[in-house]
Design a protein around this ligand. Structure first.
Ligand SMILES: C[S@@+](CC[C@H](N)C(=O)[O-])C[C@H]1O[C@@H](n2cnc3c(N)ncnc32)[C@H](O)[C@@H]1O
Length: 271
């Protein structure tokens, strides 16, 4: 990456670039790789393969977007987009229906720089800089490109675990739901962890790595905590499950790395 947008400090590990590294991407700096390797090593010592977790999350995202596109959803708002990788939301949705409209939102300027280059020729897809912590502003920006009188799928994949305040997460979800008409959907994935005995110190070390990153925090949440965010919505089968298990029955891979931690996935419909 020869040219950097103004606000980027390559010495502060970015959660977008660390995730890119987990996925095997090349859009990352030494500080990102070092932080990511620390997390990978701590995961290894507690029986969790972080790279498999990232791939499982990505697989969930692709399958859920494809499912919604095949069910007729033509508008997607993807908040916390991440650096472009294989099978981004617009590619998955537009493969099903070319006219699908997508708004990407991320607070990391490097994501915007890469996504803008990728999307130069795609008039149905835009990317805007925005913060999930300010959901009203995100919705207002999205409304310039999406028609909220029609169903929209709001995707928040692997982002809420960077918010440590449960009340804030609940309020953001409430705000995101407010403008959605019947037939709209919410897609959420979220890190969870079940530390074994004596592993708390390693979990604390992972917290320390993310504290020094652009997100400033990581907070894992379990099935019940996630379910409480979807009150009044229809949760699609198979419910809140490890990401790799969401509508993935044909996959014979046993995912041995995900025994102690991973990502939970859930898709819910606005009735
Ligand atoms: C782990 S990546 C997930 C990328 C993609 N959603 C996926 O699941 O494959 C998290 C992304 O969320 C972005 N992010 C983190 N906190 C955010 C916030 N408060 N507002 C918007 N984006 C955020 C990061 O910059 C990064 O691109």
């Amino acid at each position: 990456m020869a040219q950097l947008p103004g606000q980027i400090d390559p010495n502060v590990p970015s959660v977008a670039r660390m995730y890119d590294y987990y996925l095997g991407g090349k859009d990352n700096f030494p500080a990102d790789r070092e932080a990511a390797e620390q997390v990978i090593e701590l995961g290894r010592r507690t029986g969790t393969d972080i790279r498999e977790v990232a791939l499982a999350n990505r697989g969930f995202l692709i399958r859920s977007v494809r499912h919604l596109a095949q069910s007729g959803i033509r508008q997607f708002l993807d908040i916390g987009t991440g650096l472009p990788t294989q099978d981004n939301v617009h590619q998955v949705a537009q493969r099903v229906a070319l006219e699908s409209r997508i708004v990407y939102v991320d607070n990391d300027p490097i994501v915007l720089a890469h996504a803008r280059a990728l999307l130069a020729d795609n008039h149905e897809t835009i990317i805007v800089q925005g913060d999930l912590a300010e959901p009203d502003a995100v919705l207002a920006a999205a409304a310039d490109h999406l028609d909220f009188s029609q169903p929209v799928a709001v995707v928040v994949a692997a982002v809420f675990h960077f918010f440590h305040d449960d009340d804030q997460v609940a309020k953001i979800m409430e705000t995101l739901r407010r403008p959605l008409v019947s037939g709209s959907h919410l897609v959420v994935s979220h890190g969870y962890i079940e530390p074994g005995e004596g592993e708390e110190d390693k979990v604390d070390e992972v917290r320390g790595v993310y504290r020094r990153s652009t997100s400033g925090a990581i907070a894992w949440r379990g099935r019940e905590e996630l379910l409480s965010l979807f009150d009044g919505l229809e949760i699609l089968p198979p419910g809140v499950v490890p990401a790799q298990k969401w509508r993935n029955d044909d996959d014979p891979y046993p995912w041995p790395g995900l025994a102690r931690g991973g990502v939970l996935g859930v898709v819910a419909r606005v009735p």
